[in-house]
Design a protein around this ligand. Structure first.
Ligand code: IMP
Length: 189
């Protein structure tokens, strides 16, 4: 069975393929000649993931899974949430996004935040969703060079280092995306 992972990231694809039975062949967007930007215009992380998976099914006919992730900060009414990539604008500038978060939190004591990943799977004419959450705190300033996005200002609960200071293996073990992916793999097995 061919299953599309709505990504062009070969590393992510390989990683998940290695955890799936051989009967499932994972293919990327490029493999099915989907080169356009898939619309992500929904109001929630969950609906965005569903929108992407349904788009592939509708336009290309393949069963598919897609993921969407956001950072939810309690004191900011769960901002940036679904706007995490574009918090400051369409330039999707990670540094500007982090500055905006730090500025907005300057007057708050509550720095609780969580990363949320939703994977939506469209299979056998049904949608299933898998959610992974990682709870933590927004730090006062950037720490660490690893990772991407908001990693330098997110410290997972139980840690004294940010996501940008721990190894990718460690991040995958405790992180939002890793947790959602494990549920997907369990389901597909
Ligand atoms: P996407 O849905 O995976 O494209 O994520 C949307 C945005 O959320 C990204 O552009 C990043 O700003 C942020 N983001 C997602 N995952 C992570 C993460 O693991 N660490 C830090 N930021 C992330």
């Amino acid at each position: 069975m061919k299953l599309v992972f709505a990504t062009n990231n070969r590393n992510k694809l390989k990683e998940i393929q290695s955890l799936l039975p051989e009967s499932i062949e994972l293919v990327s967007l490029e493999d099915i000649n989907c080169i356009e930007d898939i619309p992500e215009t929904s109001p929630t992380i969950e609906e965005n993931a569903i929108q992407k998976a349904m788009y592939v099914k509708k336009h290309y006919g393949y069963d598919c899974f897609a993921d969407d992730t956001g950072l939810e900060i309690e004191a900011l009414n769960n901002e940036p949430g679904v706007f995490s990539a574009r918090y400051v604008g369409e330039a999707k500038d990670a540094n500007a996004n982090m500055d905006k978060v730090l500025d907005k939190l300057a007057t708050h004591n509550n720095r609780k935040a969580r990363f949320k990943t939703v994977i939506a799977l469209f299979i056998n004419n049904e949608i299933k969703t898998f959610t992974g959450i990682c709870e933590g705190q927004i730090t006062e300033k950037r720490q660490g060079e690893k990772g991407f996005g908001y990693d330098p200002i997110f410290m997972p609960n139980g840690y004294t280092q940010t996501f940008a200071q721990i190894s990718l293996t460690e991040k995958n073990k405790i992180g939002h995306r890793g947790k959602a992916t494990l549920q997907l793999i369990d389901f597909l097995k």
